[in-house]
Design a protein around this ligand. Structure first.
Ligand code: HEM
Length: 512
């Protein structure tokens, strides 16, 4: 009875006296009687005005509170300097680096950002406390690579999973696969020589993606499965940085579908591996090693962890190694003296072919002794770093070079500025592998950081290193090539690639 009385009072109040109800009906009638386009335009203008006002207040306050790094934030809220950045690309970072120095602020991709270079600053950030700085990837990348990937995990979870992945790629395990790297590079380069003319970007991608599939999934997949995987990987990669709307028709939805297809192929390979006793015995295979290690550790969710690890490897390894292979073709074609010196070194070790038919086998003892080859490899990654910078989100304000970096800002450790800005290397724009012969010991661990550093250092660096070393070596001893047009400039953002379409013409090199 009491309850009934209360609800009646409540109903009456709501019906006759509630001021919110009156306001609601007022807004309802306003919405119903106003043409929808006026309504939407007004809402957009109002929202923009509110964002602009809060943006102004926030930056006034934060400028009073903190000694922020130099730099400009652009005039528009959210957009900041994004349009200028996209228009000027690497010129944007070079100009600001030379104007403001090693630490400067800007506002790009919807967030206040501080770009940093200089070995001591990079050391501070890379070795920094994970409670202050957290690795940052866009939400679309996080969803596509999966919650068990290294890029998404942090703390103890990240440490444990990373040590597991690293155990499957120890230098000794990789050494036992040297034939994989040599065959992949030599077969591909032979096909280029036979074709005569190729699309270098597309062919470097094909070489890398096949190598990644064969090494990390299974070596003896049929051509039709490889083709299917390559198609799905292409779709998967297209929308790694997109708006994460998982509804039919969007790019993100297509990539999620491609992810599911790749996962189902991985599952059928795992199933096949279990049946195939011969394959079980070959525990040196990446997929088998990872599977048995996860099972030994009694980790839950083994299948999902395997799927996420393979997808992350595809994401992290494919584009980067493709870029490095393209850079090898591009830089060596434009520096014939370097190529000549490389061939002289290979000849000293008896690795050149006198007839262009028989090529001496490169053993695991050769690689560390080929000093100039190692210098060329380093110089390619210095001059055209495949990853321009690594991103972190600031969790708590911290100090750098006397400036305060506020919480919720982003920090970019700029690998590009570090390698080809004026703070570390002499004549940084010159491609000069000899610099590594002269100054091999003069550099700190944070001067040259193509693979990042510290706890987030690249897990695939030894795989990438062997893959690129063999590409350089096999190119030098088998092929003579030209890139056309030879004057094409390189666009650095998001990763080095030619600004125009290019072709490469190939013929066999014979060492006389
Ligand atoms: C030339 C080729 C490559 C370059 C330049 C490169 C560069 C990098 C860089 C700079 C990072 C650090 C990211 C950060 O600090 O946030 C990184 C991380 C990573 N790379 Fe590579 N990478 C290459 C090849 C590969 C390959 C072949 C694989 C796969 C086998 C791979 C797998 C990874 C993974 C899983 C991470 C995340 C590590 C973590 O968060 O702890 N990378 N890479």
């Amino acid at each position: 009875m009491l309850r009934l009385q209360f609800s009646l009072i409540h109903v009456r109040k709501v019906t006759f006296y509630n001021p919110f109800s009156t306001m609601t009906s007022f807004f309802q009638s306003l919405v119903e009687n106003t043409p929808s386009y006026i309504f939407y335009t007004a809402s957009v203008i109002l929202s923009l005005a509110l964002i602009s006002i809060s943006h102004c207040f926030y930056f006034r306050l934060i400028t009073k509170l903190y000694n922020l790094p130099p730099g400009t934030m652009g005039y528009f809220p959210l957009i900041g300097e994004t349009l200028t950045f996209l228009k000027l690309k690497e010129k944007f970072t070079f100009q600001r680096h030379s104007k403001y120095g090693r630490v400067y602020k800007t506002h790009i991709f919807g967030s206040p950002t501080v770009r940093v270079c200089g070995s001591d600053n990079i050391r501070t950030l890379m070795m920094g406390d994970t409670k202050i700085l957290q690795v940052f990837w866009p939400p679309s990348t996080q969803s596509l690579v999966g919650s068990h990937s290294l890029a998404v995990s942090s703390g103890e979870c990240h440490r444990q999973h990373k040590s597991l992945i690293l155990k499957t790629m120890t230098p000794s395990k990789l050494k036992s696969h040297l034939d994989h790297f040599q065959t992949t590079a030599s077969e591909k380069i032979e096909s280029w020589i036979n074709s005569g003319i190729i699309d270098p970007v597309q062919q470097c991608r094909d070489m890398t993606v096949r190598s990644v599939i064969k090494y990390f999934i299974r070596n003896d997949l049929s051509e039709s499965v490889i083709e299917k995987l390559i198609n799905e990987i292409t779709t998967f990669e297209k929308n790694l940085m997109s708006i994460p709307l998982n509804i039919p028709g969007t790019g993100f939805y297509k990539s999620m579908k491609a992810r599911a297809e790749i996962c189902s192929i991985i599952q059928s390979v795992l199933c096949q591996n279990n049946k195939d006793t011969k394959c079980q015995a070959q525990s040196k295979d990446f997929l088998n090693s990872l599977h048995s290690m996860l099972q030994e550790n009694r980790d839950g969710n083994v299948e999902k962890k395997i799927e996420d690890s393979i997808l992350e490897i595809i994401f992290a390894g494919n584009l980067t190694t493709t870029v490095a292979s393209f850079s090898t073709l591009y830089l060596l074609a434009n520096h014939p003296k370097v190529l000549q010196k490389l061939r002289e070194e290979l000849n000293e070790f008896g690795l050149m072919s006198p007839d262009g038919i028989h090529y001496p086998i490169v053993t695991q003892d050769h690689i560390p002794k080929l000093n100039y080859l190692q210098c060329v490899f380093k110089e390619i990654l210095r001059r055209l770093p495949p990853v321009g910078g690594v991103y972190r989100k600031v969790l708590k304000p911290f100090q750098l070079e006397g400036y305060t970096i506020p919480a919720n800002w982003r920090v970019v450790c700029s690998i590009r500025d570090q390698h080809i800005g004026d703070c570390t290397f002499d004549n940084p724009m010159t491609f000069n592998p000899d610099r590594w012969l002269e100054t091999a010991d003069d550099h700190s661990a944070f001067d040259f950081i193509p693979f990042g550093a510290a706890s987030r250092r690249c897990v695939g660096k030894d795989f990438a290193r062997l893959s690129i070393l063999y590409t350089i070596l096999e190119l030098a001893r088998r092929a003579q090539w030209k890139m056309q047009p030879s004057t094409v400039k390189i666009d650095f953002i998001p990763a080095p690639k030619p600004m125009e379409e290019m072709t490469a013409t190939f013929e066999r090199y014979k060492h006389e």
